[in-house]
Design a protein around this ligand. Structure first.
Ligand SMILES: Cc1ncc(COP(=O)(O)O)c(C=O)c1O
Length: 372
């Protein structure tokens, strides 16, 4: 493994004192009530290991939230496991069930941990490209790639880096492909609340026949603007959770206690997560409005805090060269979308993160206006 473009872009951004719209993290403060609850949990003495599966009341709060949002009853005891972040939940799910030679279908562009996570377990990534520029799934191609060795299909909605989201038709197609098979599903739903334009998040937790074969992974870091907390969870039926916990118990074992205690009460505040979509929609609309004065063209995006922009017609440079030039000459860091493909597919598209203060977005766009 070499150094990834993410590290390269971040170092360049620091070197050139660029505005960093590349990395996916908010530059504004998180909810003070929640940080207060963490401080209180520490002062109240919640500073030792909790249960291997996570703090019980937090798992209960998650089960209650799932019931409210998706109408599904899950068992907090043996279907929910708290993890140090979504990435870890994904890794543990794959490690729990993928054996050497198992094929795993994944869609690219993809979050960068997926493929290495499969390969380190001896699995074989079977890569299908999402269809540029809408980045939908070609289900006929999925059908054509299913073999007797297909063990898992990995999904991510809302999607990083494209902002595409799954619709009812995708769910129907998925259902018809996996029924009567032993194929498992990993559904990465870390951006569950970051969804726009009146779209509904179609969690696999809504569909009992799909849920019974799924690991569904979440991240508090994304929901509560605290990526540095590295806290998330995995929901899976009891049989799969049992396997998941075999990996988890000898890896992290138990996660940061005070944050879990704080979230156990905070999660009952529906507004705290239902307001995230409208809050970020405003940022997205604001950013898109400002970007209208540049020569970059937005691609459709309905979720996550990323927006792709095309520079087609503006330059023939490779995405990585163009992105590096943006940092060096204009002082704005982005991520080339080719970084999310194993074969470096290059559509002249860059990823921007708009989860930033208005003044950060304004400063970045002021610089991008000069782009020629
Ligand atoms: C698609 C996707 N999945 C998972 C994660 C990981 O979340 P966490 O920071 O909780 O590990 C990210 C973070 O960028 C992501 O974009």
């Amino acid at each position: 493994m070499g150094t990834t473009i993410f590290t390269v872009m971040s170092s360049l951004a620091a070197e050139y004192k660029a505005i960093n719209l590349g990395q996916g993290f908010p530059d504004f403060n998180m909810n003070e009530e929640l940080t207060g609850l963490v401080a209180k949990a520490m002062q109240d003495g919640h500073n030792q290991y909790v249960h291997m599966a996570g703090y019980g009341p937090l798992r209960e709060a998650i089960a209650a939230k799932v019931e409210r949002l998706y109408g599904t009853t899950i068992n907090a005891g043996d279907e929910v496991t708290i993890t140090p972040g979504g990435t870890y939940a994904i890794y543990s799910s794959i490690t729990a069930v993928i054996n050497p030679g198992d094929e795993v279908i994944l869609f690219e562009p993809a979050y960068d941990s997926y493929r290495p996570n499969i390969e380190i377990n001896g699995g074989v990534p079977v890569i299908i490209k999402l269809q540029h520029p809408g980045y939908g799934i070609d289900w006929n191609e999925v059908r054509s790639k299913i073999t007797a060795r297909t063990r898992m299909i990995m999904l991510n909605s809302p999607h990083n880096p494209t902002g595409s989201v799954l619709g009812e038709n995708d769910i129907e197609q998925l259902r018809s492909i996996v029924q009567d098979t032993h194929i498992l599903i990993l559904s990465d739903e870390v951006y569950e609340h970051l969804i726009f334009d009146s779209r509904q998040h179609l969690s696999l937790l809504k569909y009992p026949d799909l849920m019974e074969r799924s690991f569904v992974c979440f991240s508090f870091g994304k929901t509560y603007h605290c990526t540095g907390w590295k806290l998330g969870y995995c929901i899976a039926p009891a049989g799969l959770t049992k396997e998941f916990r075999k990996v988890h118990q000898f890896n992290c074992f138990s996660c940061h206690t005070p944050s879990q205690v704080a979230l156990a009460s905070f999660l009952y505040n529906e507004e705290s997560y239902l307001s995230v979509g409208p809050f970020l929609q405003k940022k997205k609309d604001y950013f898109q409005g400002l970007m209208g004065s540049t020569q970059l063209k937005p691609l459709p995006s309905y979720g996550s805090y990323f927006q792709l922009y095309s520079y087609d017609g503006l330059s023939d440079e490779k995405e990585s060269d163009f992105a590096k030039r943006l940092v060096k000459e204009y002082g704005v860091a982005t991520i080339p979308t080719s970084a999310f493909y194993s074969d470096g597919t290059d559509n002249k598209v860059l990823r921007f993160c708009f989860a930033k203060k208005e003044e950060t977005l304004e400063m970045a766009v002021e610089r991008l206006r000069e782009l020629k």
